[in-house]
Write a protein that binds this ligand. Structure first.
Ligand SMILES: *Cc1c(COP(=O)(O)O)cnc(C)c1O
Length: 221
């Protein structure tokens, strides 16, 4: 499954006239049995995405000790009271979605002298139940981040369920361009090729690599 996704990414890069390897595949390993994660590591893949701080804390310190060069990205909602643990665990956070979290991350970055790569989550569909900065508030939010000495690398979005994702990807790309941001975290199992054609630099692909997630069951040991 990993090989198939990698070749589909390569084909989408080529079709869009983009350089080979310009898209980072974040393999979303949340809720997956550990043996599936380990087989993807053995296949040579090193960039993973997780949604839950607790689950990542239970899994990745050991796997990092065993496999060189692992990079783990937080792609789920981040509670402010877990921010300290998150900056210790993750190489990137794709879900910077509010000022209180930005303030907390800025303080932690100051104290550590380092900060994970940050993506600002944008609620491109303005869905009331969904996290993320509203498009019209984004430029101001980025300015406030810079005032805190945070330098987000890019933007992230999760288009509304059941809608054509392309207009959302296009809008996110325009917002990034207008703010001079190079990173675009967009595209999942069902739409990563569309996202790549519209400029994604990071695609977050879970079930297409690992198989369907089985919620409610503990991951196999
Ligand atoms: C779970 C998740 C993914 C991966 O979803 P798939 O459809 O399994 O590829 C990507 N992004 C976010 C934010 C997620 O929560």
């Amino acid at each position: 499954m990993l090989d198939e996704i990698k070749s589909r990414i390569a084909a989408a890069e080529a079709a869009a006239g983009r350089a080979p390897g310009s898209v980072c595949l974040v393999a979303v390993s949340k809720v997956q049995p550990l043996d599936r994660v380990i087989s993807v590591l053995h296949a040579g893949h090193r960039v993973f995405g997780e949604n839950y701080v607790q689950e990542a804390a239970a899994k990745w310190p050991d796997l990092r000790a065993e496999f060189q060069g692992v990079s783990v990205h937080m792609i789920g909602p981040l509670q402010t009271n877990k921010a300290k643990q998150a900056v210790e665990l993750f190489d990137a956070i794709h879900t910077l979605d509010r000022m209180s979290l930005a303030e907390k991350l800025a303080k932690l970055a100051q104290a550590r002298g380092a900060c994970p790569e940050l993506f600002v989550q944008v609620n491109t569909g303005a869905e009331p139940q969904k996290a993320g900065i509203l498009p019209e508030a984004l430029d101001g939010f980025l300015k406030d981040c810079r005032a805190l000495d945070l330098r987000p690398a890019g933007l992230m979005c999760i288009p509304p369920e059941g809608e054509d994702p392309a207009p959302h990807f296009r809008a996110l790309a325009a917002m990034a361009a207008r703010n001079g941001l190079a990173g675009l975290s967009m595209g999942m199992s069902s739409d990563f090729e569309t996202a790549i054609s519209l400029g994604a630099t990071h695609v977050r692909v879970g079930s297409a690599i690992f198989g369907a997630r089985q919620y409610g069951q503990p991951p196999a040991a």
